[in-house]
Design a protein around this ligand. Structure first.
Ligand SMILES: *Cc1c(COP(=O)(O)O)cnc(C)c1O
Ligand SMILES: [Zn+2]
Length: 414
């Protein structure tokens, strides 16, 4: 593929030649996560604003020319991407922000931003002739892989930690995945999947290891830029677990900047849960992360041993952004706020970015005159247990009309 120069290793910085079956750097082993490198001069000659203006494919595949795939069979996939970017009025006003945008990625086919990576994994696996894909996941990577694979007739083997919310496990089973629930934490689950992939030789969707998946995730930024007519906001806010999403967010803007479609890269506010924030600590102390406990309700970002730390730290640093943490209470409050003011229902990790934005405004890391895009990364229906915790129980009445007198309109029916 002409547009691709190859890979660069994130550890030793060595350049590797393009090879469709390369995952990681041969000198650095499985820690040697790769960046996909494009020939930006070549791309400049082929892709401009007019190209996109005339492109009628309103899925993430409209960006296939900026991705590391051939794209022969793409038409048959689920409709991933081109999720709405709303200009917020009520939430913006509530927060005192002049310009706030909400990218609702919970509207992807299986309900999370992970579909952007899974669609690539499925396309890649098919390109290379695999019939089985495997991964470990806190939940959404798994359910999105299972759904996207099912739509293409591929088999999946999925490892999830036992704490994965039921909604996500139900999705997996409905999509026909072979599900293995590991009685342990995410780290142990990941190790089990890695050993199984080694043993049986399946296609590996583990996002950090597979450099093409960040290339899928970056389409969220390509969309934000295009939906804002190439005028990027000052800040983009996103939650962080393994770090592949935030790496993708940065890579998307980086590529567009290299090609000259945008004039700057937004600052990234990367948000972790206070009960599990190894990357936040590493960023502030400017040293490698230390494994931590996974104490948060935001299961999708409860990652004590992040798999993509170098890219995740570098992305935020290079964007001149910062990391921040929020408590579970703040996450639940953000969930209620987003739902009641904007009609958008996010899962805990989906709204963690918003909780971080609120805190960043309080701390004046972000000021009211700056423009912000917040990415809601996952749908609230995946995890109703926590939603009920955020929203409380409804008023309960006997089926007797006299009971209606009990309703205090202003209090209960607001
Ligand atoms: C996976 C996920 C994230 C974080 O992505 P990482 O690549 O693990 O950092 C955030 N929100 C949701 C809903 C997710 O599923
Ligand atoms: Zn290397």
């Amino acid at each position: 593929m002409k547009k691709l120069l190859g890979f660069t290793c994130t550890i030793c910085n060595k350049d590797l030649e393009w090879n469709p079956s390369t995952y990681t750097c041969p000198s650095c082993g499985t820690e040697g996560i790769l960046d996909v490198k494009y020939d930006y001069e070549f791309l400049k000659g082929h892709i401009d604003k007019k190209y996109f203006a005339e492109n009628k494919n309103y899925t993430m595949w409209r960006y296939a020319p900026l991705m590391s795939i051939e794209g022969k069979k793409l038409k048959q996939t689920l409709k991933v991407g081109w999720t709405p970017l709303y200009r917020s009025e009520r939430l913006a006003k509530h927060l005192g922000l002049e310009k706030l945008y909400i990218k609702d990625d919970g509207l992807n086919p299986t309900g999370s931003l992970k579909d952007r990576a899974s669609a690539v994994a499925v396309a890649k696996a098919m390109e290379a002739g695999w019939d089985t894909i495997a991964c470990s996941s806190t939940g959404n990577a798994a359910s999105s892989l299972a759904g996207n694979a099912a739509s293409m007739g591929l088999k999946t083997v999925i490892f999830v930690p036992e704490r994965a919310p039921q909604g996500k496990v139900a999705q997996l089973l409905i999509y026909g995945a072979n599900v293995i629930s590991v009685k342990g934490n995410y780290q142990q689950t990941f190790e089990m999947s890695a050993a199984a992939i080694e043993k049986w030789g399946w296609y590996n969707r583990n996002a950090a290891i597979n450099p093409h998946l960040v290339e899928g995730k970056k389409t969220v930024s390509l969309e934000i830029a295009e939906q804002l007519e190439w005028q990027v906001p000052d800040w983009v806010v996103v939650s962080v677990g393994d770090g592949c999403t935030v790496a993708g967010v940065y890579k998307g803007f980086y590529d567009l900047h290299q090609i000259g479609l945008i004039d700057r890269i937004p600052k990234i506010l990367a948000v972790q849960a206070a009960g599990c924030s190894p990357l936040y600590k590493a960023f502030l102390e400017n040293k490698p992360f230390e494994p931590t406990e996974e104490n948060t309700i935001a299961d999708s970002i409860a990652v004590g041993v992040p798999r993509n730390p170098i890219k995740a730290l570098r992305a935020v640093k290079d964007s001149q952004g910062t990391y921040i943490t929020v408590t579970d209470e703040e996450i639940l409050a953000a969930m209620k706020l987003l739902g009641s003011l904007e009609g958008i229902f996010g899962e805990p990790a989906g709204v963690t970015g918003l909780a971080g934005l609120i805190k960043a405004l309080q701390e004046q890391t972000i000021v009211s005159t700056e423009s912000v895009a917040f990415i809601c990364t996952g749908n609230g229906l995946k995890d109703v247990q926590n939603a009920i915790q955020a929203a409380g129980e409804p008023l309960k009445l006997e089926p007797d009309v006299k009971e209606l007198d009990k309703i205090d309109l202003f209090h209960n029916m607001k």
